[in-house]
Design a protein around this ligand. Structure first.
Ligand code: DC
Length: 279
């Protein structure tokens, strides 16, 4: 099962997605971290960020992996080509260029195929901008999370302070602990993400929109968990019904073929290991 959580920067997606995943025992994939990792690597390798082909080469050839602490079900670190970039992908410099990088169709194609592989192998809460519209349009539950820009900027600043992401002077494109500067950066990024040609940030038609400006993140999480549990229960009921239907047709037809179709109807699909993504 896929739960898609899309929305603009600072809407609370990461907090919500991680806690929903933990409550349900699902895996979690932060697709924004993947675009950030490619952006970081392009900058670190001295590539011209406006050179789409060169940047796409990074997305196509370098391996993005997520690291898990022992006993933890959610990832706590991000690697690209073996380098731990967990903090390095959260700098203002990466913020400033990630929308450009994520507007390149070749970059998106490379990352989307990895995201699909991951989602096909796990029950996943996947957060991003285009999960419900492009990566998993068939996701069982789609949430579009929003909040007023000022509230999003305040949350982002709090997050930046706690991450101590503003590490080096050369990264200081903006002061990411200054609310006004972060607000301007968020509005710029929203605009770029919404106006790009490929998979722009837009709510899927069948998504449930939740505005978290006035409601607590705790309430948002509780609502999503409840919606997901209702779907899981519906699926379980449908499976039992399928088993009963197959069982009754099996007893009324010849044994060999109906036994195999019965087992294929109830057995989970083969859980393939995603390439490049640990877990
Ligand atoms: O969620 P985030 O702020 O870490 O995402 C960083 C950028 O990556 C965001 O500005 C747009 C891009 N992105 C995207 O285009 N598609 C996604 N599925 C996730 C992120």
């Amino acid at each position: 099962m896929i739960i898609a959580i899309d929305g603009p920067a600072g809407s609370g997606k990461s907090t919500v997605a991680k806690r929903v995943a933990r409550s349900l025992g699902f895996s979690y994939l932060d697709t924004g971290a993947m675009y950030r990792a490619v952006t970081y690597s392009a900058l670190a390798n001295g590539l011209d960020i406006t050179d789409a082909q060169a940047v796409a080469g990074i997305a196509e050839t370098q391996t993005i992996e997520f690291g898990y602490k022992l006993g933890e079900s959610l990832p706590s670190s991000v690697f690209i080509d073996g380098e731990d970039v967990t903090d390095l992908i959260r700098t203002p410099l990466v913020d400033a260029h990630v929308s450009t990088v994520s507007s390149y169709p070749e970059v998106r194609a490379a990352l989307v195929s990895q995201q699909r592989r991951f989602g096909m192998a796990h029950d996943t809460v996947m957060e991003g901008r285009d999960i419900g519209t492009a990566v998993f349009p068939q996701a069982e539950l789609k949430i579009f999370l929003t909040a007023q820009p000022e509230v999003r900027a305040r949350r982002r600043v709090k997050q930046n302070i706690s991450r101590k992401a503003q590490t080096a002077v050369e990264y200081a494109v903006i002061d990411n602990t200054d609310e006004q500067q972060v607000l301007e950066e968020i509005l710029r990024r929203d605009q770029e993400d919404e106006s790009r040609e490929v998979s722009p940030l837009v709510a899927a038609e069948d998504s449930i929109e939740i505005d978290s400006t006035e409601i607590s993140i705790g309430k948002v999480i509780a609502r999503i968990v409840k919606l997901a549990q209702a779907i899981v229960e519906q699926d379980a009921d449908a499976k039992v019904k399928t088993q009963e239907d197959v069982g009754s047709s099996a007893s009324s037809t010849s044994s060999a073929s109906s036994t195999s179709s019965a087992s294929s109807a109830v057995e989970p699909t083969d859980a393939r290991r995603p390439e490049g993504l640990m877990r």
